[in-house]
Design a protein around this ligand. Structure first.
Ligand code: GLU
Length: 498
């Protein structure tokens, strides 16, 4: 029987989740659900200096808002907890020591000053200082010192780190599901620190140990971790553990130009880069995006279904998703396209659901209307809306008479004879008993032909006085909704004002 798929999202709680992190979580979720597996949240908080209060709660709330909750994680203990590395810190040291025992790692006693000195010295010569096979015997560590010297230092309580002993001259063969086979020359690798002098593991050690203990089968993470893959693969070998499979997701690129999407890009371009608001940075949720739209556009950032289909529900994503269809190259972030996705998802919502959203906005404006009325309005204007918050701009005239008229339109549509024509239209409307769109239309159009007037003399100014602008859905639908009295009153107001 094949192993149950287990994947994890392993953020460090150093701030809000960036949209790229959310995409990593989503791809993990999709892969897990597609394969009947588990999606685990592990909080990588071994670096206490970078810990940010509230970040973990933020991450969890963002996943829940998107509808991609984890199966195991903080607060949802499974068989492999705890799921915060800070609560697991006692277990890492023995693994570092095990590697020393096996000759795969070593103690290093070099002080920060010494290492800094080497770095500066190299820099001055235009070189980069790398701690590895080519110089480790000249530095202060358990490879260069005698056993007694090492023991004396340890007994004296001197500070040390534990470094991985990277091999000198080996070709390391790696595999990435998205990128295929990768070859690395081990002599270019440095002897990474696995365990720090403060008694905490580094990311590399804790990550590998936890992935192993949590029985992770697939590591799906951002491309920025690809350079760590050689070390991670060697660590699995060194421990004699079976390595999970790896998939490194392409970067999310700026809307224009080169480089990785940053918070600054969002500020400059006026679009969110966080799922939820964090301090002054507005999130997708607060900006009025539907979680379905966010999930949908994120999925298509770097993954393609191999068809023309663009709109996917979460269920459809789960059934279509494969890691093989994730692109190697960076995915350009397109805020316009994100809006388009929201617009598409808005159209899919029921009028009743949208009316509820609009109603909250109306209440804030001290406007009351029946649910039926608001629902009807929404049905007429929603095809132009990107967000529910657009409804007011698109349809305020359904709730109150225009307070001003579009100047350009007035110049163009309001002629000398217009007041007289409008006044006649008002009288005509007054005679209509059942004030329904199709009946009003028939009457008004019949009257226009009878009078041998052109439509252009009547319809545009009529729209202007009712809407205040040249926009909006079918004019007779608007009239029906606002009613006879209001329609006539708007005509009269305009005649008096214009
Ligand atoms: N803690 C790392 C991060 O913040 C996890 C990287 C990984 O998934 O291995 O992204």
């Amino acid at each position: 029987m094949s192993q149950k798929v287990r994947v994890r999202f392993a953020p460090s709680p150093t701030g809000p989740l960036h949209i790229g992190g959310l995409r990593t979580a989503l791809f993990n979720y999709l892969y897990a659900k597609k394969n009947g597996g588990d999606f685990i949240l592990r909080i990588e908080d071994t670096d206490q200096n970078r810990f940010v209060e509230g970040a973990e709660e933020y991450i969890i709330e963002a996943l829940n808002w998107c509808g991609i909750p984890f199966d195991e994680g903080p607060g949802k203990e499974g068989a492999y907890g705890p799921y915060r590395q800070s609560e697991r810190k006692d277990l890492y040291k023995s693994y570092a020591l095990e590697l020393i025992e096996k000759g795969k790692a070593y103690y290093a006693f070099d002080s920060a000053e010494t290492l800094n000195h080497h770095r500066k010295d190299h820099e001055a010569k235009g070189k980069t200082f790398i701690y590895n096979w080519h110089n480790r015997l000249k530095l202060t560590n358990s490879l260069s010192l005698s056993e007694e010297e090492v023991k004396a230092k340890l007994d004296a309580g001197e500070d040390y780190v534990i470094r991985f002993k990277s091999p000198e001259n080996e070709e390391i063969h790696l595999n990435d599901i998205i990128r295929g086979p990768i070859k690395i020359d081990s002599s270019t690798l440095d002897d990474k620190v696995l365990f720090k002098s403060d008694g905490m593991p580094t990311y590399h050690l804790a990550n590998i140990v936890d992935d192993h203990l949590m029985k992770i089968t697939h590591v799906i993470r951002g491309e920025e971790w690809l350079p760590s893959l050689a070390l991670h693969a060697q660590l699995y070998d060194a421990f004699g553990w079976q390595s999970p499979e790896f998939a490194h997701l392409p970067l999310i690129m700026k809307p224009v130009g080169k480089g990785k999407l940053s918070k600054r890009d969002g500020e400059k371009g006026g679009f969110p880069v966080f799922p939820l608001t964090w301090n002054e940075s507005e999130g997708y949720r607060e900006a009025g995006f539907f979680p379905e739209a966010v999930i949908n556009f994120l999925a298509l950032l770097g993954w393609n279904p191999g068809t023309e289909q663009e709109i996917f529900s979460l269920e459809e994503l789960v059934s279509s998703f494969t890691l093989e269809r994730v692109n190697k190259s960076g995915a350009r972030f397109d805020p316009e396209k994100n809006n388009w996705y929201n617009q598409q998802w808005l159209q899919k919502k029921s009028n009743a659901e949208l009316a509820t959203l609009f109603d909250t906005d109306l209440k804030n404006r001290n406007i009351t209307a029946t649910k039926e009325y608001v629902t009807h309005v929404v049905s007429l204007i929603k095809d132009r809306a990107i967000f529910a918050k657009d409804f007011w701009d698109l349809g305020s005239y359904f709730f109150e008479a225009p307070s001003s008229y579009n100047e350009k339109a007035v110049k163009k549509q309001w002629k000398e004879e217009t007041p007289e024509i409008m006044s006649k239209v008002a009288s005509l409307l007054d005679t209509i008993d059942s004030f329904e769109s199709s009946i009003i239309e028939e009457k008004v159009k019949g009257w226009i032909s009878e009078q041998e007037l052109s439509f252009g003399k009547v319809m545009p100014p009529l729209r202007l006085v009712i809407v205040g602008d040249m926009k909006g859905p079918h004019l007779f639908d608007i009239m029906e909704l606002i009613g006879k009295k209001e329609t006539i009153s708007r005509i009269n107001t305009a005649i008096a004002q214009l």
